[in-house]
Design a protein around this ligand. Structure first.
Ligand code: ZN
Ligand code: ZN
Length: 144
């Protein structure tokens, strides 16, 4: 691993620290109702990385996993409650990480809105990114 290129992040209380070796695979805003409730936010910005490029460097025992569906689990800090990770059989081999938990910008910016048909109406978006939805959350939607 090239140490200078490693991306780092962590939870609010500092118990959980993690490292990512770029390149990451994608970055997008998720508007699904599960993310909304789990994070207490209008939408959540995630990026994906191959599991082999992701490592919890500190506080592995502090990470708690909640199964939010049959095939998916969400990782959070059991001490401060920060929501951090997502893993699902649908994206086997990938870990999804909350962009807001990173210490500094990563190697890409958000490129899309997914599960946009369940977005809240109390936030107005001003960007031109493509919007996706439907049962999978990733089918193209018409711009409003
Ligand atoms: Zn914490
Ligand atoms: Zn979501």
């Amino acid at each position: 691993m090239n140490e200078s290129a490693v991306l780092t992040g962590g939870c609010l209380c500092g118990s959980v620290r993690f490292e990512i070796e770029p390149p990451t695979k994608w970055c997008s805003h998720c508007h699904c109702s599960l993310c909304r409730r789990a994070h207490g936010a209008a939408f959540v910005t995630w990026f994906g990385v191959e599991k082999a490029q992701f490592r919890i460097s500190e506080g592995d025992s502090a990470v708690q996993w909640h199964h939010s569906s049959e095939e998916a689990r969400r990782g959070f800090c059991g001490r401060c409650g920060s929501t951090l990770f997502f893993e699902s059989e649908r994206w086997a081999g990938e870990t999804h990480i909350v962009l807001a938990s990173m210490d500094s910008p990563i190697d890409r910016t958000p490129r899309a809105h997914v599960f946009f048909d369940s977005h809240v109406d109390w936030v107005e978006l001003g960007d031109e990114l493509n919007r996706f939805g439907g049962p999978t959350g990733t089918e193209p939607l018409e711009k409003e």
